[in-house]
Design a binder for this molecule. Structure first.
Ligand SMILES: Cc1cc2nc3c(=O)[nH]c(=O)nc-3n(C[C@H](O)[C@H](O)[C@H](O)COP(=O)(O)O)c2cc1C
Length: 215
């Protein structure tokens, strides 16, 4: 990954529809995505991976009327991932996280695992009853997972385009996402850029003195 190149280029809005991400590269990206950390290891996500024309067409047709300009981006992408987030944290989800941690041998002994589980329950209660921001907290995890996936894609020479332009009601319905207790947070289109449509102009960001305070 060339960081200088990355920081001076626009996000690719248009993909070359004739190019597909090689299967092994894509599988590596999914392995990386699966490994991304989340606060208290809450793992609030389910990912709908659209690798077929049919899947991408279903998403493109359900973006909602005002977001139609994103349809072409999705159709020409090699793959698109729908990042969904749990709407809440039911007991069965916490039990599933703890059971997996135990099976994977995450902690060196049972006492440490139990202390961790108690700490996690306290933290989730804090989000539920004190901060009252459980869903917002989990969506922040989703965005971090997406950001890491974008960096991993860059490392693999794949362009990644996040899309917030969609109606979550129609997307959730099209893929029956709410049936599993999740809702759509953000989309990530992946592929190779259409070089003719790529902007060559400078990217526009605030100057460092507006962004950084050194103390
Ligand atoms: C989280 C996120 C969601 C975005 N959603 C869309 C989108 O739905 N449609 C679109 O055309 N661009 C979308 N963009 C692109 C931004 O508008 C673009 O990156 C920003 O204006 C900066 O432009 P640049 O990448 O050309 O420097 C999104 C970018 C981010 C980071």
């Amino acid at each position: 990954m060339n960081l200088d190149e990355l920081m001076s280029k626009h996000l690719s809005r248009y993909f070359d529809g004739s190019k597909s991400i090689p299967e092994e590269t894509f599988q590596q990206l999914l392995r990386f995505l699966r490994s991304a950390p989340t606060s208290t290891n809450i793992q609030p996500n389910h990912f709908y991976v659209l690798a077929t024309r049919e899947g991408k067409e279903r998403l493109a047709a359900n973006l909602g009327e005002r977001f139609q300009d994103n349809a072409e981006k999705i159709l020409n992408a090699s793959h698109t991932i729908i990042f969904t987030t749990r709407a809440d944290v039911p007991e069965h989800h916490l039990e599933a996280v703890f059971a997996k941690e135990r099976a994977d041998g995450r902690f060196p002994d049972q006492t440490k695992q139990e202390r961790w589980e108690s700490m996690t329950r306290d933290f989730v209660n804090l989000r539920n009853y004190t901060y009252k921001d459980t869903y917002h907290w989990m969506e922040k995890q989703t965005y971090m997972v997406m950001g890491l996936t974008m960096m991993a894609a860059a490392e693999l020479g794949v362009e990644a385009m996040p899309l917030e332009g969609f109606d979550p009601v129609t997307v959730d319905k099209a893929f029956k996402i709410r049936e599993s207790g999740h809702t759509t947070t953000v989309l990530l289109a992946l592929g190779y850029p259409d070089l003719e449509k790529q902007y060559k102009t400078p990217v526009s960001r605030f100057e460092p003195d507006r962004l950084f305070t050194f103390a």
